[in-house]
Design a protein around this ligand. Structure first.
Ligand SMILES: Cc1cc2nc3c(=O)[nH]c(=O)nc-3n(C[C@H](O)[C@H](O)[C@H](O)COP(=O)(O)OP(=O)(O)OC[C@H]3O[C@@H](n4cnc5c(N)ncnc54)[C@H](O)[C@@H]3O)c2cc1C
Length: 477
């Protein structure tokens, strides 16, 4: 929900002053920002979420800095919002009550890459693209590949259980997190997880922490599972006259038992944005699939040929197979450029990331088009078709359009739940989706999760106001 302000307790002025004094004393002025102009950038992320200006920003450079900050926060009753690259799409890193922003982006070390055990230990501020480069230099592979990989950090990825195009074949961040050093509000630290691939001792606290959106603990070192780098990769682009034909192709690829590592879908409006960004595309094309297959050399060629044939059979206008690494990179650069290209189409953009069963993608897009017509709302959709994960982007220029955007969001979520999907495939709930959680989850399930939150953070000081909307009067219906 745009302009959602959860009902959270603001710290008192005296508490803030004391916290700032203690932080300065413990960490020194170079690690603590408090000037308004320095704090401003930490008051938002890559969403339309509106928070409060933080009163202090801690630039942590070690696990001790994280523990010290969380100790002082509890002692002074000042809320803390953990932050990585700030690329989140739901306001997860946006402070809803001011207080302290705890940035772990400065902690960027690759501490260990173990080729025998197939694991890496890294600090939370390591940028995803740098993690990829480091492990690939060792002939290994870390599959999760959020499209924000040049700016998002692994700590943020773990906190949001990030996923990307390759999730269709390889799964999501959670599938690669073996263990996490975590620090609780108050400063107590523990290691959850292990360094082995198997292990079932106790509750699976590691899995609970993955995707907890900075509300349970702050992550330090993260132990990641790696796999062998695929021998070869081929990229294909197929253009279709309409969405229905592209969905037919996705269905038959999967039914035939082929497992491309990604199947990305772009709708008519998105192709228009790509054209406007200077890419010449077949004028008849109303949908595009961008796909990759990987594995041993000959097997990859066989799979790519079969995928191409199935696209032809589904009615593709043309199928292009990237002939070299340069062409492949250009296709992916166009995919990654898509989000900024869409952003340039209007003053405001809100990117939802809903998921429906794959067989319902065309139905959902039809419903989105109907909602757009009814409410006179511009929208474009792209996403990870292999997972049924669609980014429906609402676009608007004028504040007077906001009530219609709100109606469009709510209608989208109701349609998704009706089609037995889920409100978020990768961005999480954060601030923006908190008012809608009850559309998908029962009161009992929400209460159970609130109970867990209370165990980790009884005074609601760690990233308050996120995931669970405290005040049901903010609910969307
Ligand atoms: C252009 C673009 C493309 C994107 N594509 C994808 C995509 O393909 N797949 C995808 O999943 N997402 C995508 N995203 C969304 C975003 O990049 C991911 O959610 C990402 O995981 C956020 O990482 P970050 O480091 O920027 O985290 P932030 O935005 O800084 O924070 C996100 C959440 O993590 C918490 N957090 C951060 N660091 C820590 C820590 N050390 N300990 C505990 N909690 C922490 C924060 O409190 C917050 O709740 C995209 C965003 C953009 C702008």
């Amino acid at each position: 929900m745009l302009n959602f302000h959860p009902n959270v307790t603001q710290p008192s002025q005296a508490a803030l002053e004391r916290a700032l004094l203690l932080l300065h004393r413990a960490l020194g002025p170079s690690k603590v920002l408090s000037a308004r102009e320095s704090c401003e950038v930490y008051s938002h992320d890559d969403s339309e979420a509106e928070g409060r200006m933080p009163d202090a920003v801690v630039l942590a450079s070690s696990a001790e800095d994280i523990a010290t900050t969380l100790r002082i926060a509890e002692e002074t009753a000042v809320p803390v919002t953990p932050r990585g690259g700030g690329t989140g799409r739901v306001g997860g890193a946006v402070p809803s009550a001011g207080g302290i922003v705890l940035s772990t982006l400065g902690m960027k070390q690759v501490k260990e890459i173990d080729r025998r055990e197939l694991l890496a230990v890294v600090e939370p501020g390591l940028v995803l693209a740098d993690l990829h480069a480091a492990v690939e230099a060792e002939g290994l592979f870390y599959p999760p590949d959020a499209n924000s990989l040049l700016a998002c950090a692994i700590g943020g990825n773990v906190a949001t259980n990030a996923r990307g195009p390759r999730a269709f074949k390889y799964g999501v961040t959670r599938n690669y997190v073996l263990g996490v050093e975590a620090t609780l509000i108050g400063g107590r630290s523990f290691f959850a997880g292990r360094r082995t691939t198997k292990g079932v001792t106790g509750y699976d606290v590691t899995s609970l922490l993955v995707g907890s959106e900075g509300t349970l603990a702050v992550f330090g070192d993260i132990t990641l599972r790696l796999i062998a780098k695929p021998e070869s990769v081929m990229t294909l682009m197929a253009l279709f006259p309409n969405i229905q034909a592209s969905c037919r192709a996705v269905e038959s690829i999967i039914v035939m038992g082929l497992v491309p590592r990604c199947i990305e879908l772009l709708d008519h409006g998105t192709l228009e944005a790509v054209r406007r960004a200077g890419n010449a595309l077949n004028a008849q094309a109303g949908a595009m699939l961008l796909m990759e297959v990987d594995g041993p050399g000959l097997e990859v060629e066989r799979q790519a040929a079969r995928v191409g044939e199935l696209c032809d059979e589904a009615g593709a206008l043309e199928v292009l197979v990237a002939q070299d690494a340069g062409q492949r990179d250009r296709l992916w650069a166009a995919r990654r450029e898509m989000s900024p290209a869409v952003r340039r189409m209007a003053k405001h953009k809100l990117s939802e990331d809903v998921v429906v069963p794959r067989g319902k993608i065309a139905e959902l897009l039809l419903r989105v088009a109907r909602t757009g017509e009814r409410l006179q709302l511009r929208n474009v959709t792209y996403g990870h078709a292999g997972d049924g994960n669609l980014h429906v982007n609402f676009l608007w220029d004028d504040e007077s359009e906001v009530p219609r955007v709100e109606q469009g969001i709510e209608q989208l979520f109701r349609d998704v739940v009706e089609l037995r999907g889920t409100l978020s495939g990768e961005h999480g709930v954060g601030l923006m989706k908190a008012p809608y959680l009850h559309l998908e989850q029962s009161e009992t399930l929400i209460e159970l999760q609130r109970g867990l939150k209370n165990v980790f953070d009884p005074h609601q000081l760690l990233n308050p106001g996120k995931i669970f909307s405290a005040d049901r009067s903010h609910g969307a219906c």
